[in-house]
Design a protein. Structure first.
Length: 364
């Protein structure tokens, strides 16, 4: 068993020969309480590793043969969002790294082809990945759902930031069967390791001769919280959110009304890693951070365009692995020349200037 420690983050990886200690009674009990659309029998569920299986639509049909191209952002055939609908949770048990206890509902992605959910997974390999956003749902996450008469309802935290890319049907079948790991499906190097963290959620580590640390990732946060240590049901409440006026970015206009969280994807490069010699500037800092000089807002990473490059025409990353709670992990060697520019400018603190320069090149 390998332990991965990155400051306050702990990631445990079990070797394939380790025995999976989950009883039939535990599985049966979770299935009875879970989502009746889940087709666990057609997929794989490893509480120490990958969860991936098909789900039925509302009419009881499987949609595994759908390969429709979607064109939002750039053409792609698969996309996913973090599913947090607790009224019908999917079967996603996970072992908590620090205690060895099981958590019933760990982070999971709803996987879609052609605007239809056809599977769930906690680790989804993708080629040429990028992010896309449903701006209306994102705004509702911060400001609440509009109701008749000008009233405002509860926030919508579901299905507004998506990871999108390409994955062949045979590759998806290999994920369901467990015949190959997500890394093997994409032909990635052996330094990327899958494992579970202290909440039982999927994370990825990077192993070299110095040990194992968290791998780089593109992530996204919906809220800044006054007290992130509150119990799960309390920390998401409106009174625990920190709101602020938005500012524009070179790749988008400012959002009207108050916002919270990262708004854009964040490039998170771990400190104390092979990729940077930067030191923490505040207690608890885990990644290279960017402070916007216009409002002094500190991003827990480096804000980047949703395309992961200056525009959608040229992919910024050739392959990556989307996870249920921690965004899109990747090997820095898989950055394209366009993505490498973001990486280098982020490390130098010039991310906004780079974006302005690129826009001026496109206009000229």
């Amino acid at each position: 068993m390998l332990a991965i420690a990155q400051m306050s983050t702990m990631l445990i990886m079990w070797n394939t020969e380790d025995e999976i200690m989950i009883s039939f009674d535990d599985v049966f009990g979770l299935l009875i309480k879970g989502n009746r659309r889940d087709r666990v029998d057609l997929g794989t569920v490893d509480p120490y590793g990958v969860i991936a299986y098909p789900v039925e639509d509302d009419k009881g049909n499987l949609n595994l043969d759908r390969m429709a191209q979607q064109r939002v952002g750039r053409p792609h055939n698969i996309e996913a969002f973090r599913n947090i609908n607790m009224s019908a949770p999917h079967f996603a048990p996970g072992m908590i790294a620090s205690t060895g206890q099981q958590r019933d509902n760990t982070g999971i992605l709803s996987v879609q082809r052609g605007n239809k959910t056809m599977a769930v997974a906690n680790a989804l390999p993708m080629r040429s990945p990028f992010f896309r956003v449903d701006a209306n749902k994102q705004r509702q996450a911060w400001q609440g759902r509009p109701k008749p008469g000008g009233q405002v309802g509860n926030a919508n935290r579901n299905a507004h930031m998506w990871t999108a890319g390409d994955l062949g049907q045979d590759e998806l079948n290999s994920l369901f069967s467990g015949e190959k790991t997500p890394q093997e499906i994409l032909g990635m190097g052996e330094q990327l390791k899958l494992g579970r963290n202290n909440f039982g959620d999927m994370m990825m580590g990077w192993q070299d001769e110095q040990g194992v640390i968290e791998a780089p990732r593109f992530s996204y946060s919906v809220y800044d919280m006054k007290d992130p240590s509150l119990p799960h049901k309390q920390k998401w409440k409106k009174e625990n959110r920190i709101m602020r006026p938005d500012v524009s970015m070179p790749w988008r206009d400012a959002t009207s009304g108050s916002v919270s969280g990262s708004v854009d994807p964040l490039l998170q490069i771990p400190l104390n890693s092979p990729w940077t010699d930067q030191s923490p500037t505040r207690e608890g800092q885990r990644y290279v951070e960017y402070v916007d000089p216009r409002n002094n807002y500190r991003h827990e990473g480096i804000p980047v365009p949703r395309a992961l490059a200056a525009d959608y025409e040229k992919p910024g990353l050739s392959r990556g692995i989307a996870t249920g709670t921690h965004g899109l992990y990747f090997d820095p060697r898989d950055l394209t020349s366009a993505g490498r520019e973001l990486w280098d400018s982020g490390l130098s603190g010039d991310i906004l200037q780079l974006s302005f320069d690129k826009i001026m090149e496109m206009v000229a």
